[in-house]
Design a binder for this molecule. Sequence first.
Ligand code: BV8
Ligand code: ZN
Length: 243
Amino acid sequence: MQDDISDRLVKSQKIVFVTGAGISQESGIPTFRGKDGLWRKYDPMKLATIDAFYEDPKLVWEWYEERRSNILNAKPNAGHTTIAELEKYRKVSVLTQNIDGLHQRAGSKNVYELHGSIITIKCTVCDFKDKITSTFSTLPPMCKCGNMLRPDVVWFGEALPQDTWESAIEEASTCDTMIIVGTSLAVSPANLLPVYAKQNGATMIEVNIEKTQMSSQMDLSLQEPAAKALPEILGIILSGKTG
Ligand code: BV8
Ligand code: ZN
């Protein structure tokens, strides 16, 4: 790694991670747009939109139940655990597009779920919200108020949770280092977060097995899997070695 980037990592105070499906790929959770990605098999506009849900709530629920059981059987990988470990040495925030909860299960405390969570459920009408602790006997599950329950995730065409989005912008705008891990940066507005960090003069590091549309704007773009690259970055920070 170039000396000046190592220096900046050693001197960093506040590191913000923007993560996507790629960081959970090594935990056995399929990504969306990769060669074996979810959107290869399913049409996102037929499953991850509010219209799709009202058109066929059972189908959408079956898809989320299938994903949720896969996610609950998955384990955080070295990418997740390294980010959690880093909290002992730096101010760290995790702005994740993932709904799998693996950052929290790895021990990360400061996690912002931009696209919601697959283990939280909410009513389509009243303000009922709860963690999902078991499977449902019938799909779609119904609320006590008589209306359908839905996964508490952000579908295409839906706004991100207002307070989470505002906090994410604040975090991205006030970090000295942003590390973008395992995201194609194809989805807005999450893909604007690196722009806020860059505008604030942050050191921009990308970890992705492929190039992305923002790779050329990074100070460092590592084409390596997250579970390999993130422990290497932690090693540099802990070495305390400046160039
Ligand atoms: C909104 C649901 C407005 C939860 C998801 C036309 C042009 C531009 C934009 C739009 C447009 N039409 C519509 C839009 C807006 C739209 C959008 O961005 N569409 C895109 C697809 C063009 N965005 C929205 O609709 C958002 N809402 O804009 O609202 C609004 C405002 C006010 C009021 C009302 C409305 C909502 C976006 C959220 C949608 N929900 N999912 C779920 O079921 O999961 S999106 C889905 O994609 C996931 O949430 C995921 O988080 C997200 C991003 O995907 P990635 O995480 O990046 O995953 P991907 O597979 O793409 O990439 C994985 C990467 O990892 C790859 O680069 C790969 O190389 C790498 N990788 C793989 N293995 C590894 C690895 N890297 C490292 N290590 C490895 N081992
Ligand atoms: Zn209700």
